[in-house]
Design a protein around this ligand. Sequence first.
Ligand SMILES: C[S@@+](CC[C@H](N)C(=O)[O-])C[C@H]1O[C@@H](n2cnc3c(N)ncnc32)[C@H](O)[C@@H]1O
Length: 205
Amino acid sequence: MSYLKLKRNFYHLDNEDRKNFYYMMRDEFNKSKDKEDLIKRASYFIYLNKTCYNGLYRVNKKGELNVPYGRYKNPKIFDENNLKQASRLLKNVKILCGDFEIIGDYANENSFVYFDPPYKPLNKTSSFTSYTKYNFADDDQIRLAKFYKKLDKRGAKLMLSNSYDIEFFGKLYNEYNIKEITAKRMINCKGDRRGDIFELLIMNY
Ligand SMILES: C[S@@+](CC[C@H](N)C(=O)[O-])C[C@H]1O[C@@H](n2cnc3c(N)ncnc32)[C@H](O)[C@@H]1O
């Protein structure tokens, strides 16, 4: 936590210096190795998450964080109470990171699974599917639909959100409950495209 307390110096800087500080921290974070000084890395991650553009996490092909600086007036970088509560809640929680199929062994009739995959792009300009160094293509959407069906057979309760491509998802999930919903989107480089958009919510109940 002392690392995060240090980040409070950030508030005394003007916007240009805050921006330079952000990019310096991002470079340092990208240079540090995954297993090296985990506490330092975690505190850098929180700092970057609270000061980057819309709290987005996205990396380039080399696996480096590439989100630009976010221009907040007064970001809450060090929220001790929230960190302690999150720590308490996560004490007995197992977090797995990997391809979605790795949860296969855990899901049964007592599970509720929410899938929030990279959305299928509706057009070429909205083709943002790459949060990681791996792309999530149509083949992956099809693989995910097969996996959804497998967990459905096991009796798990399932919910999945995706973009408003009724033709594509209507076929893939034709035996399930497909709802059209409106959702608020803060992350879009074009200001006029932020706000309410249509999405699909697919449930097996
Ligand atoms: C629409 S975002 C979901 C964001 C997340 N629900 C949140 O609120 O921060 C899509 C997520 O799918 C992840 N992803 C990409 N490929 C994946 C895969 N093969 N298996 C599991 N997750 C994947 C991305 O890393 C990204 O975090």
